[in-house]
Design a protein around this ligand. Structure first.
Ligand code: ATP
Length: 492
């Protein structure tokens, strides 16, 4: 099993992800996506946008601003509550997240423990600073919002914030979308975009960063409304489930279906539907089901806005960790914004002829965590045709950054090969490689997860066919150039 640090080295070497600002010594918690990374990331985002917005009639898109008024974050509760607990060393001054410190040292689950409980654990277990062996100060709360000043004048009003989640831009635009798009409850508003959190200790490569991207849907329903889309394909969706009860009793996760969760009244119908829909989307990205599980939030760890949350977790080398949160936010955000702005957030319900403030289900995804899970899940080792150990990224074709690689067998065939490459380049994101042996070129393509390699040889000049090699089976077959497009379309 590759460690997350080894994966980050591989990702840098192959042009997926670079540490940001590296030539000036780097900045912890920030990353830049390289040529292959940006394609992979775009493919993940397009797949999400298509599934959650474009393929549906009931979800509308939005792209809100990154910098937003402090009033939004006051109303949403982020300025008061969006904080982590900070453990600061009294000797060297280094600080880290107190719950992570306790988790790392005591190997227990510390999510949701308050300052008093963490202080007690640190004292009782004599946990000292790992850098200088100093004692920790009393734990403090640290707000994760990034403030900034707008314009030259320094006033309370001129303090704005980089958004801590994309969701709030949806809530503050809720009435504007409802009024301009003739929507009817139930409906949703979705957004993909950057979010910023001043994390105390960013770590585990892309998993915890200070600037990241989210894909969020806020779905507005009537209270406990039935969901018409909850058919057998959703009800029968099974997954590993780590219930609150199992966590409390230190038991293992177990296989359950959405139907069982509904029967146990762990969530309502729309919540069940969106949890199942979100889980299926990760499967569509090609992530292996056994590496995914659903974890119910413990009551004590629920966010200030949520009455029930289920995370989808991925089995990373550093443990099962959240890559998606699916929360029942109820009326919290809309009523808060109505209260703080003085503007009504009510809609007129044509069916009941009454005004209503909808109830919200929120499937929330981190692009970078989805990227990390896809990359880690695809990473594998095998012996190539020459018996050498090589890395193969087994990306599902739809997310693979490059779909096809074209090779001339020898340099003499380059112009013919380029002619053929030009015919396909527009339809399939392709690359051309003329250097080294064919075996070496296959290995390079495998390391980038390119699903198909097409070799142009001397026979091509005679029979108008090329050799197509499949990344996963390593099988080769002759395909006529005339039918190569339909062959690739079918397989990709
Ligand atoms: P965590 O408990 O890991 O800090 P969270 O519960 O605060 O995460 P949410 O507020 O539910 O996260 O955010 C929704 C999604 O945004 C997460 O599921 C995750 O994919 C992504 N996300 C949140 N924080 C970060 C971060 N610091 N770096 C990268 N992605 C993040």
């Amino acid at each position: 099993m590759i460690s997350i640090d080894e994966l980050s080295i591989f990702a840098k070497k192959k042009g997926f992800v670079y540490p940001s600002t590296e030539i000036y010594g780097g900045m912890q918690g920030f990353f830049d996506y390289g040529p292959f990374g940006v394609e992979l990331k775009n493919n993940i985002k397009s797949s999400w946008w298509k599934s959650f917005v474009q393929d549906r009639d009931d979800v509308h898109g939005l792209d809100g601003s990154l910098i937003s008024s402090g009033k939004i974050w006051e109303a949403s509760g982020h300025l008061a509550n969006f904080a982590d607990l900070l453990a600061e060393c009294s000797k060297c001054g280094k600080n880290q997240r107190a719950d992570h410190l306790v988790e790392d040292r005591l190997k227990i689950h510390a999510d949701g423990l308050d300052a008093a409980a963490l202080n007690k654990l640190i004292k009782e277990n004599k946990i000292a600073c790992q850098f200088c062996k100093g004692e920790f100060k009393e734990i403090n709360s640290f707000n994760l919002m990034f403030p900034l000043q707008i314009g030259a004048e320094k006033t309370k009003e001129s303090t704005a914030y980089l958004r801590g989640e994309t969701a709030q831009m949806i809530f503050v635009n809720f009435k504007a979308v409802a009024d301009s798009s003739r929507v009817k409850v139930p409906f949703g508003i979705a957004q993909i975009g950057k979010a910023f959190r001043n994390e105390i200790s960013p770590r585990n490569f892309l998993f915890r960063t200070r600037e990241f991207e989210q894909m969020e849907l806020e779905f507005f329903t009537r209270k406990d409304e039935k969901c018409p889309f909850l058919d057998d394909s959703h009800l029968g969706q099974e997954f590993l489930f780590y219930s609150e009860e199992a966590q409390d009793q230190s038991k293992e996760h177990e296989q359950v279906s959405i139907k069982t969760m509904l029967e146990k009244k762990l969530l309502n119908e729309w919540h069940a539907y969106w949890l199942s829909f979100s889980f299926k989307w990760f499967l569509k990205l090609g992530i292996r089901q056994e590496n995914l599980r659903v974890r119910q939030h413990l009551k004590k760890e629920l966010s200030h806005y949520s009455s029930a949350t289920f995370d989808i977790e991925y089995n990373f080398p550093f443990g099962w960790k959240e890559i998606h949160g699916n929360a029942n936010r109820g009326q919290f955000d809309l009523t808060q914004h109505a209260k703080y702005s003085g503007k009504s957030m009510e809609l007129f319900d044509e069916d009941t002829k009454e005004k209503l403030i909808p109830f919200v289900i929120e499937p929330s995804f981190g692009v970078d965590r989805a990227f990390l899970a896809v990359l880690y899940d695809a990473y594998s080792m095998r012996k190539d045709e020459s018996g050498n150990e090589v890395v193969v990224l087994k990306f599902a074709p739809k997310v693979a950054p490059t779909k096809v690689a074209f090779f001339p067998l020898v340099n003499k065939l380059e112009s013919k090969a380029r002619e053929i490459y030009a015919l396909f380049k527009e339809d399939f994101l392709s690359t051309f490689d003329r250097s080294g042996s064919i075996g070496r070129r296959y290995a390079r393509a495998d390391e980038l997860g390119i699903p198909y390699c097409v070799t142009i040889d001397f026979e091509t000049l005679e029979d108008g066919a090329v050799t197509v090699r499949d990344r996963d089976t390593m099988k080769q077959e002759r395909v006529k150039i005339d039918s190569l497009k339909s062959y690739l379309q079918k397989n990709l």
